[in-house]
Design a protein. Structure first.
Length: 189
């Protein structure tokens, strides 16, 4: 064999090994999906095995995927026949039981809400007039005290404002007097 024939033969062998690895990867992905009870589709097998679209439809691979899909399609009927999955009647019964339980829980919630409202009303009724009069007296005293404090603060503010005005007048007079003295001091003697 010449060098070219050896290279070509090596390339053909490499391509054959790569194809075998990819096919094995596709078959392994299909088996994993079946074992995990995940729906087997051509697109999902192609995506997970990271192979071309052509390969999942190639002879030898397509049949394996079709077989897995057929088994999955027949599985629910087989499970129902074997009693491993719930029948429609069983599911309807479960649904009705769940609805009845929900109605009972709503009724209990409403009863508890009404009992709580009655309890709060009873507590409000227990507060006697004496408690309410005492609270009103406390609030009236607090209002009078705060009114007195407000009036004192206003009087103090007014007094301080008068002092500020008087000080501003004194400052203006001092400035005028100072200007006059500076002018007189700058005149020739």
């Amino acid at each position: 064999m010449s060098g070219r024939e050896n290279t070509a033969h090596a390339l053909v062998e490499a391509r054959r090994r790569d194809s075998t690895r990819k096919r094995a990867r596709v078959l392994a992905v299909v088996d994993q999906m079946v074992a995990a009870r995940e729906p087997v589709t051509f697109a999902e097998v192609r995506r997970r095995a990271q192979v071309s679209n052509w390969l999942v439809y190639a002879d030898g691979v397509r049949e394996h995927i079709d077989t897995a899909r057929t088994q999955q399609a027949l599985k629910p009927a087989h499970d129902r026949a074997a009693g491993r999955s719930a029948s429609a009647t069983s599911l309807k019964t479960d649904l009705e039981l769940t609805r009845a339980e929900a109605r009972a829980l709503r009724k209990e919630r409403d009863q508890l809400k009404a009992a709580l409202q009655r309890s709060l009303g009873h507590q409000l009724d227990q507060l006697g007039n004496a408690d309410l009069v005492a609270r009103v007296d406390e609030l009236t005293e607090a209002a009078q005290r705060l009114t007195g404090e407000r009036d004192a603060a206003r009087a103090e503010t007014s007094s301080l404002q008068r002092q500020v005005a008087a000080l501003e007048d004194d400052l203006a007079a001092s400035r005028t007097s100072l200007r006059r003295m500076i002018r007189e001091g700058n005149l020739p003697q």
